[in-house]
Design a protein around this ligand. Structure first.
Ligand code: PEP
Ligand code: MG
Length: 599
């Protein structure tokens, strides 16, 4: 927080959706469900209390069903979150335990629910699996919905907002966002949430600026306060001075103009001024996201994280289910290519329904990805069969995660042959002749790239894990997040040596880690001769635009120079010096830099 000479106040959070909005705040009040009191229930009214709880659950269920039905077309793809909430309503852990608590402790339903939820949160918080940890938010949203129906608290009617405002809330549940007339919303500001929270995803889908994780926004902002939400920088300015408003209006105009141009041009090929062509592809987690890749001008799917379909299920999906969704994805993308990364399970993505009978102290270094698949070949083969069958319907290739040994490649190829033979024996249509590549995300694979290259068709650099494993930084640990730096010279050198080895052996070299989707790094990646970049679909247009503004020879020369540097900060400075003008336009740099002062 920062106080300037006026009443102006700057709050710092996480930029969850790009863009700037300036306008009046609307503070969403969570009246009624904040303070829950405990009452003792008499024996004779106990059944009634339980009935009251069940009625509130069923009312919540009806509300969620109504929300699904009323979801506008453009948000349909996100409606599965409500299905999750409906499932949670009747989850044994929540539903059964609350009823048991009312009966045992003879207390009111609100209190019982509050206690049960506190307990569930405690269990989830202590889980190693970050996916499950993140489900706490869903549990909170569901319990709030039931509570509201229990206490009869009038939900603030967000549907009644009839003027253009910037919404300020502690957090917004999917049910909250679904009620709002989104045309009235200029921006989202929340105390909680993150880039990957539901509101963040919706905001990006609709192009509404959003700043989340501000912690104190609801205490600092009142309804009708004038505020500025800068979703690019992740900042909020409360009571901005006239000078600040003018400055941000200018930035807003530039941002909007630029966005319009970039969006209009997203189907134009990404080629540097001297003819180096880069394929800009999308990363997807679920089949529904194919549309976003196509709509943003993606040249294909460079990373399909197939594990998410397993994570959202309650049991292993069968071959028919996998085949149908894979076939759908390849058909929708045809003639462009889809890169199926085989199951990257465990580490931070544990399957609830298949936890082996052992404990891992360091799951990131444990039985993850290809290691898991080779230990469970029967599970792996179901996926391989589904992929080979889908290959007959489109253009796909296979990518194996977390390779650190040559035998893992050999073994996967053997299982692919076995899968193909079994498909032939079953008389099913399939295609065996497909490219097989490996993720380069473990330092051992970088060092062994010369030996591995002849065994595969392409390398795909997974910088998220490569940085984690090389710099010894847990990618999910906030304490060391500041050290997670793609420009660390060790990483730059690794990218260089892997790219060189791929070129030498004439195989593909791609990148699908987060680094690919940040225009700051594009000159470096182009300079290394990387021909395919794969990223969050929404960043495809800006990366295509960035590539078009570069010159390949200059990037090569630049990359050669920075490879001599031993300091990440120095590399970042050189990027700014050489391509800075481009970033000022791309990212709408922070106020201090615009004014010529250091940030
Ligand atoms: C990576 O590690 O860079 C990568 C793309 O894979 P994931 O983020 O799914 O581990
Ligand atoms: Mg990875």
């Amino acid at each position: 927080m920062n106080v300037s000479d006026t009443r102006e106040l700057k709050l710092y959070g996480i930029g969850a959706s790009d863009g700037i909005s300036i306008g009046q705040a609307y503070l969403v009040d969570k009246k009624g469900v904040d303070v829950i009191k405990r009452y003792v229930i008499q024996e004779r009214t106990l059944a009634n209390e339980i009935k009251r709880f069940k009625t509130a659950v069923s009312k919540s269920n009806n509300e969620l069903r109504a929300v699904i039905e009323a979801s506008p077309e453009e948000l349909r793809q996100h409606a599965n979150i409500y299905e999750t909430h409906i499932a949670l309503l009747k989850d044994k852990m929540l539903y059964g335990r609350t009823i048991a608590y009312i009966e045992k402790e003879r207390v009111n339903a609100e209190w019982a629910l509050k206690k049960v939820i506190a307990n569930i949160k405690l269990i989830f918080q202590n889980m190693d699996d970050s996916y499950l940890r993140e489900r706490i938010v869903d549990i909170e949203h569901v319990s709030e919905l039931i509570l509201r129906n229990l206490v009869g608290a009038k939900q603030e009617n967000l549907a009644d907002i009839d003027r253009r405002v910037i919404l300020v809330a502690d957090d917004l549940s999917p049910a909250d966002t679904s009620q709002i007339n989104l045309k009235k919303i200029m921006g989202f500001i929340t105390d909680g949430g993150s880039k990957t929270s539901h509101t963040g995803i919706i905001a990006r889908t609709l192009g509404i600026p959003a700043v989340m994780g501000l912690e104190t926004a609801t205490r600092m902002i009142n309804t009708e306060d004038i505020i500025i939400a800068d979703g690019t920088q992740g900042t909020v300015i409360v009571h901005p001075s006239e000078k600040t408003i003018l400055l941000y209006q200018e930035r807003q105009n530039r941002f909007e103009q630029r966005k319009a141009v970039i969006a209009r041009n997203c189907d134009i090929t990404a080629e540097t001024s001297d003819g180096f062509r880069v394929k800009v592809m999308g990363n997807i987690e679920l089949p529904e996201e194919v549309v976003a890749v196509r709509d943003h001008g993606g040249d294909g799917i460079g990373l399909y994280r197939t594990e998410f379909q397993y994570l959202r299920n309650h049991a292993f999906p069968g071959e028919a289910t996998l085949f149908n969704s894979y076939k759908d994805v390849v058909e929708k993308m045809y003639p462009n290519q889809v890169t199926f990364r085989t199951l990257d399970i465990n580490g931070d993505k544990v399957l609830r329904y298949h936890i082996d009978n052992y404990h891992e102290d360091n799951p990131a270094l444990g039985l993850r990805a290809i290691r898991y698949c080779l230990k469970h070949p029967n599970i792996f083969k179901i996926q391989l069969r589904a992929i080979l069958r889908a290959a007959a319907y489109g253009n796909l290739r296979i990518l194996i995660p977390m390779i650190s040994n040559c035998f893992e490649i050999k073994e996967t190829r053997r299982l692919l042959d076995e899968a193909a033979a079994s498909l032939a024996a079953d008389g099913l249509l399939y295609k065996r002749d497909i490219e097989v590549g490996i993720m380069i995300e473990v330092p051992a694979a970088v060092i062994m790239a010369d030996v591995m290259a002849p065994k595969v068709d392409f390398f795909s650099l997974g910088t998220n894990d490569l940085i984690q494993y090389t710099l010894a930084i847990d990618r999910g640990n906030r304490q060391v997040a500041h050290l997670f730096n793609p420009l660390h010279p060790a990483i730059v050198r690794m990218l260089k040596s892997t790219a060189d080895m791929a070129h030498k052996h004439n195989i593909g070299i791609f990148i699908c880690g987060e680094m690919a989707g940040d225009p700051l790094y594009t000159p470096l990646l182009v300079g290394l001769g990387i021909k395919e970049l794969s990223m969050n679909p929404f960043t495809i247009p800006i990366i295509k635009q960035t590539v078009r503004s570069l010159n390949f020879k200059e990037c090569q020369q630049f990359t050669h120079e920075i490879l001599q540097l031993a300091d990440a900060a120095e590399i970042a400075k050189r990027l700014q010096q050489n391509f800075g003008a481009m970033y000022y336009e791309e990212a709408d740099v922070c106020e201090e830099t615009v004014n010529g002062k250091t940030a």
